[in-house]
Design a protein around this ligand. Sequence first.
Ligand code: ATR
Length: 287
Amino acid sequence: MSNVADYYTVVGNPIAHSRSPWLHAKFAAQTQQSMRYDRSLLDIGNFASGLSLLRANGLQGCNVTVPFKTDAFELAQWHSPAAILAQACNTLWWDAGVLKADNTDGVGLVRDITHNAGFKLQGTRLLVIGAGGAGAGILGPLIDAGCTHILLANRTRTKATEVVRRHTTLAQVRGCELSATSLDDLNGSDQQAFDVVVNASAASLGGQRIHLNDALFAPHTLAIDLMYGPSSRVFLNWAAERCNQTRDGLGMLVEQAAQSFAIWRGSLPHTDNVLRELRLIVDAPAP
Ligand code: ATR
């Protein structure tokens, strides 16, 4: 164990709800590393100055959450291929003075689906709803995971088209048929059911449910919401009446954190027990 507490944080606005300090404390204990991990509320519109203040206080790296993932991407001087495809990042760190950026959200989701849920993505047909930062962040790793057909549907079609355009080369190389549509056209079309339907839209945040045709679901479909807690129930309760498997974003949260930890600290923590423990905390009835 090192003697110096290395300093990390999660930046966002709001940030009080973040589970990241709890997760990274678990990972640090498990891998016997000494590190400090805070929550930092940054002013919207002042991301760069907020981050440089943290850096002046010794910050070595941070997770980035809403609404700063694009600001973080733009500020970084080096970007991983995943961050470039997403045009957003959730992980920053300084390496020899260079601010580097990665996006571990998509790898985290894929690991949750394949490892935690035991669901094979190879050869599957996926529907992803939402082409904002969340949707863009997961597309590359889903293509890499061997899905053979991915349809990205967004309320605003042009946004989905642009995200798909960025991923076209990767999709071709991997043999994935990737296309974009609007939510209206999706519901009006004659689509067959998908193996996986991912809600990556922010609709549930406002308590709104995305309207999808029943025909998009089959009994074997896995329905996923990238959120967890009450927000995820808006979509998942509805989906549970149409398919047999649903999954919220808690596993993805744990897995993306583990991937960030590995980038900073050089060892990938085990996540199974951490996810089980966090599930109990999150699902516990409010006092
Ligand atoms: P995030 O980082 O969570 O993805 P974002 O970049 O602001 O946040 O993107 C929000 C996503 O949720 C977008 O895909 C948005 O659709 P538009 O691009 O058409 O705005 C989608 N979204 C938000 N509210 C929605 C709603 N009520 N119905 C459908 N889609 C919605």
